[in-house]
Ligand binder design. Structure first.
Ligand SMILES: Nc1ncnc2c1ncn2[C@@H]1O[C@H](COP(=O)(O)OP(=O)(O)OP(=O)(O)O)[C@@H](O)[C@H]1O
Ligand SMILES: [Mg+2]
Length: 416
């Protein structure tokens, strides 16, 4: 007998969800306890604690790979500091700015204003200097300490240079009563190279390095979240261990571990299963990886996307040795086809380095004997996922079809 639509609805409505609180698996949720970050939390707390006695905390530079808890630790400690300050009758505030979404000096300053409650700025039109002065005046009239967290700071510096950082690290010279401390955060190993020596030294009066988690540590983090997120007994021990192992395999990324758990829960629920098993984690891996790569690729500037598209084309054509020269050639053809002007070889090399830093490609320099030296480029991400991401954009889809051919593309997309 066929199942009626009503029966499907009834079944779904009567079925208890596996989740009791899905929100604790979202990216911005910060738990009350952060396992395996005791040392980093302590260090930051010690640095900031001097503010409770009227001192100016040092500026702090926090570095570590993606998903190692930098943002979580910074927000966690700051929240506690503000709470303690309030109890002591102190006027502490913090401004959180994620520079990935605010890559210009102007937008960073406007965000700081919003965060500290300095309102009444026109939408556009004010020069950055004027906003800077407003911030100084506003802070000095009201607060004792403002901590400015500049998260994913590399995005700002790569786009707009380090002028604003220079100004912000000097802001205390212009303040009479209040103090400002800066916490700069990045996951880019090469970040320090982009900074002027003076800016670097005032930004990193103190620094905290976040080491990647190993699988056991990820297991503890996952177990804590699983207990809050799912009904009792839903998550099997095997599934937790496997998710921790997957996430620990590359560089101990807690975000990826938590994503795996959430997506596995969604898959299990769709399948009508009553428990999350290892097989659900395995199915979640593909989905999560595609999402992670997708977000990275969509965030890339246009020219970087075009270079990555050229590498994808070469790979899809089965090219064995992908050299800088071949990438340049294909990249230029794609530019012409899509109507963009190609960049010089030097800029292309910069872009290859950026893509390598982001973990999308590997590009070691190799000697070709008497033909000189070249970068030999390989993809660090799955070709199929990458092709699918480019196909979502109609222009890139057209270029793929032009340079690789519809049939070959379909073969890659449908491959197991
Ligand atoms: N020790 C921990 N205990 C519990 N949850 C954690 C821990 N470390 C990280 N997380 C969680 O993992 C996710 C990623 O952490 P976070 O955002 O702090 O990483 P990050 O180091 O800032 O990474 P990125 O460089 O990509 O910004 C968050 O959801 C966070 O709550
Ligand atoms: Mg972060």
């Amino acid at each position: 007998m066929l199942v009626s639509v009503d029966q499907i609805f009834d079944e779904l409505l009567n079925r208890e969800s596996l989740f009791i609180n899905k929100r604790v698996l979202s990216h911005d949720y910060i738990p009350e306890i952060l396992p395996h970050r005791e040392a980093e939390i302590q260090k930051l707390a010690y640095i900031l604690a001097s503010a409770l006695k009227g001192g100016k905390p040092s500026n702090v530079f926090m570095y570590g790979k993606t998903g190692t808890g930098k943002t979580a630790v910074a927000k966690y400690v700051l929240k506690k500091l503000i709470e303690r300050g309030e109890r002591l009758g102190l006027h502490f505030k913090y401004a959180y700015v994620n520079c990935r979404y605010r890559k210009t000096n102007y937008r960073v300053l406007v965000k700081i204003c919003e965060e500290i409650g300095c309102r009444g700025l026109p939408e556009t039109g004010l020069p950055a200097d004027v906003i800077f002065d407003k911030i100084v005046k506003y802070i000095d009239e009201r607060d004792q300490l403002v901590v400015i967290i500049l998260d994913e700071l590399d995005w700002l510096v790569k786009t707009s240079g380090d002028d604003i950082l220079y100004q912000l690290t000097r802001i205390n010279n212009e303040l009479n009563k209040a103090q400002v401390s800066i916490i700069g955060i990045t996951n880019d190993i090469k970040f320090k190279n982009y900074l002027d020596g003076r800016v670097l030294s005032s930004l990193s009066e103190e620094s905290i390095v976040f080491r990647p988690y190993n699988s056991e540590q990820l297991y503890d983090i996952l177990k804590q979240r699983a207990e809050m997120a799912f009904r009792e007994g839903v998550v099997t021990e095997g599934a937790l261990r496997l998710a921790a192992a997957y996430a620990g395999r590359e560089h101990g990324d807690a975000r990826r571990a938590i994503d795996l758990l959430r997506v596995a829960g969604e898959i299990a629920e769709r399948e009508g299963a009553s428990k999350i098993l290892e097989e659900h984690i395995v199915k979640a891996v593909d989905e999560v990886d595609k999402d992670i790569i997708g977000a990275t690729v969509r965030d890339l500037p246009l020219q970087e996307q075009l270079v990555l598209l050229a590498i994808t084309v070469l790979k899809a054509l089965g090219e064995q040795q992908i050299t800088t020269g071949k990438v340049k050639n294909t990249y230029e053809k794609i530019c012409t086809y899509l109507g963009y002007s190609p960049l010089s070889l030097r800029r292309l090399n910069d872009i290859l380095s950026d893509l390598e830093t982001l973990g999308i490609i590997l590009a070691p320099v190799t000697s070709l004997g008497r033909y000189g030296r070249t970068k030999l480029i390989s993809l660090e991400v799955d070709l199929k996922s990458l092709v699918k991401i480019f196909l979502e954009d109609s222009l890139y889809a057209a270029a793929l079809s032009e340079f690789v051919g519809e049939e070959a593309i379909q073969k890659i997309v449908k491959a197991k």
